[in-house]
Write a protein that binds this ligand. Sequence first.
Ligand SMILES: Cc1ncc(COP(=O)(O)O)c(C=O)c1O
Length: 391
Amino acid sequence: MNFNFDEVIQRRGTSSIKWDCMEQFLTVSGHDLIPMWVSDYDFRAPPTVLHALQERVEHGIFGYSERNQEYYDAFINWYQNKHKIAIERQSIATIQGVLPGIALILQTITDVDDGVVLQTPGYGAFANIVNLNQRQVIGNRLVQTKKGYQMDFDHLESCLHAGAKAVILCNPHNPLGRIWQLEELERVALLCERFNAWLISDEIWGDLCLPGQQYISALSLDERFHQRLIVATSSSKTFGLSSLRISNFVIANSQIREQFTRQMSALGLDVYNALAMHAATTAYQTGEPWLAELMEYLQANIDYLQQHLATYLPHIHFHPPQAGYLVWLDCRALNLSDEQLQQRFIDCGIVPSMGNTFIEGGSGFVRLNLGCPKATLDVACQRLTHALSIK
Ligand SMILES: Cc1ncc(COP(=O)(O)O)c(C=O)c1O
């Protein structure tokens, strides 16, 4: 191991939402809680990125800054080398975060009251964005099978037939960790084509494939689908840079891309954070060895939890994720209400994301973030044994 993911670093007192804002966001309080909710890591960003940031800070001047060619080249090369996907410079729009970009693209391609399909259980912030922009959330339930969750294409077809204007895919999927296969993406794209709907593929988790897995970007779909396709990516989730705020929207349709960037200017969002760009550029250029080791580490954490459950809590299950560091724990065998389940976790000192906040289909489940040092996970596992035993 060249990188130290074992170090337990104090994050309390850094204005971290995950560590410092449990009371504000979840009305949960107590000391010694292990937060396993918000999906960011408890690891430092890659040393090369920290070094680049330190040098930039040393320079000391942080006047207005613009994205430069080096940033675009770094992103394009990353996608070419890591994912074998060619991205054209002119199709890239950048914005200060994936969620703001999804909100802006919805404002660009849909109207008030239009239906937007979200696959559920799914990332709750998607539903908030759709609702707050006065569009309608249409849930397309993923079906749980022995092999994991599968898409329900018949239901998706009925949503689009009923007039939904856009589908937001989470690829790979949060909270399930599923990597969608090309045939699945094709079926969704075909349905969108047939019903003239837009496909927005949020691929923020795409770089975080676990060892032996490869994610398939919607950008690998046939060119003919690209005029109605928007793909969102970011280095933030990959390299632990979430608060720096920079993301990429690949929009082949020039008319939509121009509307999107015009709207950003209308909001005064056309100036960029110098530190964010410098960090993201360096991460794309130099971060691969760090990421490769991290994914091994995260896989070991997932295996460790799975082993722990099999030994001490055989009634609690999860389908091993293919990407990411989140596990979707099925706690239904405990026969508890969501309030009781949450209380069990809090009483034993763990703060999960409750399954019922994932739009629909999540009651009786919790999502746990395993992006932490092994020592933290070890304590969490001991606590889980108490929280989740059948009493
Ligand atoms: C699927 C998905 N999209 C977007 C985000 C947030 O992206 P950003 O911080 O760039 O707005 C997250 C964060 O967890 C996520 O899981």
